[in-house]
Design a protein around this ligand. Structure first.
Ligand SMILES: [Zn+2]
Length: 120
């Protein structure tokens, strides 16, 4: 195995997390990895059936494109692994996409959109 060294400090931090927190980190990492792997070169293809994400909503805010996406969690045993993501997927999350010096960048936002009313 030639896996990259896993920083001890990071490992220590992760070990201290509670199970729900680990679960959240795991899912977040899964989404991040998924995002890195499937950057929408052509965003129209993301709408096709069988793709890694289903876009629920898309809008522009502050010069960036925000997409409310449902993604597969990657677990083979999960219901989202089969069927249409629109129906079987988990809750959608917001992702931001923008261009920086010609390169497409993306970022996981979370359940709340950046323009959501934060006074609640
Ligand atoms: Zn799932």
């Amino acid at each position: 195995m030639s896996s990259k060294p896993f920083p001890a400090r990071l490992r220590l931090t992760l070990t201290k997390l509670s199970l729900p927190e680990k679960q959240a980190v795991y899912e977040w990492l899964g989404a991040q990895i998924d995002l890195e792997r499937s950057l929408p070169e052509d965003q129209s293809t993301a709408h096709s059936k069988g793709s890694a994400s289903a876009i629920v909503e898309s809008r522009t805010h502050d010069g960036k494109t925000y997409q409310f996406e449902k993604r597969r969690c990657g677990k083979a045993s999960c219901k989202c692994a089969i069927g249409d993501l629109q129906d079987m997927g988990h809750e959608p999350y917001w992702y931001a996409y923008w261009k920086e010096s010609g390169k497409l960048k993306s970022r996981y936002i979370g359940k709340r959109s950046p323009w959501a009313d934060s006074s609640k």
